[in-house]
Design a binder for this molecule. Structure first.
Ligand code: URP
Ligand code: ZN
Ligand code: ZN
Length: 469
């Protein structure tokens, strides 16, 4: 089938221009000057999608999601099906999720479980990183096989001692392995030993409310771990990607390393740009549980939010992901009603990233092309999916979003599609709206209707990062 998107402004990571996009089957075959004779001829024999007045952008690439993640005696509340449908509604056409090796288990067995959960159940395309929760000789050896299977990035934890944490020896070993096999180390950079001590002390004092989750996970403990990870990566001669960076001090560490020319990168997430320790995590009663995630929300009395926007402008933060890890308030967040340590960590947001970051364009924090670069193009390059994903160019998958800058609406649990009984962004007024979404040439969202199928999404075998210096 031939489809042509006409009359829109195609926005790429480098600029914006009026152009028509010609699609043949699942692929983009041409980006044409509107009114040109070729465009006119192509239009006559194509199914036309009118994008007049809309931005035409590459489908969003969210490289940090946790669907069906078992944790804290429960599991994240979106299945691959519900989470990828919600992603599609929000203009994201690719996710990269995290199969998780828990302590004492075999990497292959855990990965197989994730393939079984995802296969045939995704509305959009998906890839995998691998979380290593038990770095040992067997997992180190398995890493090379995973790279060959398209899993070219590995997440390690400096937090959660006894559960997922790797010590410095294990981190260095995994980094050395990545130096050999070309994979990217992703780091959850928080000093978990110090955090657990502070958390125990807080609970012993009777400080059990959700806000204490943020108070004990001090920003100094994120900077310290970020610094240590950067130095270990230097010794291990491996590239490093810091996940869910939330604080000014950690950002300074990344900026310094980048200034020194290191292959060090970082992402942040909308919750660290828009939500705060005081207003959200510190909300009345047990409400703050809705905002418990790690790294935690930071204080609005300091300058984390403004610094993160600056980091996004300066490319010390190269990617915006969501760290989508949703839980319902009822029966899930409530597990920690007596003790903040038992609240499942995570916030759902896979549906709202494109809209929330677009508000940064309107506020003058980032440019229109930078929006596309942060939400689609760089994530695709960083994780070996470019130009198949993250690009409107001949040969790329026809994953395309028509974005209406004139529409306005309000985020609410009543209109979202994630499997959550609350929205972390309830009441946020949004200017701009995802209008139409194509995944590999198929219109999966239009006219406020989902037309896709949960069997449509395909596993993406990723190559090595295309972003390294
Ligand atoms: O609180 C969070 N971020 N939960 C998901 C797991 C992780 O550390 O990314
Ligand atoms: Zn993490
Ligand atoms: Zn995560």
């Amino acid at each position: 089938m031939t489809t042509m998107i006409t009359g829109g402004t195609v926005v790429s990571a480098t600029g914006a221009t009026l152009a028509d996009v010609l699609i043949e089957g699942e692929k983009i075959v041409a980006v044409l000057s509107p009114g040109s004779s070729i465009a006119q001829a192509a239009k006559d024999s194509a199914e036309v999608i009118d994008a007049t007045g809309k931005y035409v952008i590459p489908g969003g690439v969210d490289v940090h999601t946790h669907m069906e993640l078992p944790t804290s005696g429960t599991q994240s509340s979106d299945t691959f099906e519900s989470g990828t449908i919600a992603a599609a509604w929000g203009g994201t056409t690719t996710i990269v999720d995290f199969p998780t090796q828990s302590y004492g288990r075999n990497v292959r067995e855990c990965l197989d479980e994730w393939h079984a959960k995802a296969e045939g159940n995704c509305a959009i395309d998906y890839g995998f990183h691998m979380i290593l929760g038990d770095v040992n000789d067997a997992s180190l050896a398995e890493m090379d096989n995973l790279v060959d299977e398209g899993i070219s990035s590995f997440k390690l934890f400096m937090a959660y001692p006894g559960v997922l944490m790797s010590d410095d020896r294990q981190i260095l070993q995994a980094m050395q392995q990545c130096a050999e096999n070309g994979a990217l180390v992703m780091m959850h950079a928080e000093n978990g030993i110090a955090i657990d001590l502070l958390a125990e002390q807080a609970v012993a004092r009777g400080e059990t409310a959700p806000v204490n989750h943020g108070l004990v996970r001090r920003h100094e403990l994120e900077s310290e771990a970020t610094h240590r990870a950067i130095k270990l990566a230097k010794v291990g001669e491996a590239p490093l990607y810091i996940v869910h960076l939330s604080a000014s001090g950690a950002l300074e560490e990344v900026a310094r390393a980048r200034h020194d020319g290191a292959n060090v990168f970082a992402e942040t997430c909308p919750q660290y740009l828009y939500l705060s320790l005081e207003e959200h995590l510190g909300a009345e009663g047990f409400e703050g549980a809705k905002y418990v995630c790690s790294t935690p929300l930071r204080s609005s009395h300091e300058h984390h939010h403004a610094d993160l926007w600056k980091g996004l402008r300066a490319n010390d933060l190269s990617v915006v992901s969501t760290d989508h890890c949703p839980f319902c308030f009822k029966d899930q967040k409530e597990l920690g009603a007596e003790d903040f340590r038992a609240i499942p960590n995570g916030i759902g947001g896979v549906e709202h990233r494109i809209d929330l970051i677009y508000q940064g364009v309107l506020a003058g924090e980032i440019s229109l092309p930078r929006w596309v670069e942060l939400c689609a193009t760089t994530p695709a390059r960083m994780f070996g999916m470019y130009p198949q994903k993250g690009s409107i160019s001949p040969g790329a998958d026809a994953d395309i979003v028509l974005y209406d800058p004139e529409a306005s609406w309000t985020i609410s649990v009543d209109n979202h599609h994630m499997n959550m009984d609350y929205s972390a962004y309830e009441g946020f007024e949004i200017q701009g709206k995802v209008d139409t979404v194509l995944s590999r040439g198929n219109v999966i969202v239009s006219n406020d209707t989902f037309h896709g199928a949960s069997s449509h999404g395909k596993y993406i075998k990723r190559s090595l990062s295309q972003y390294l210096v």
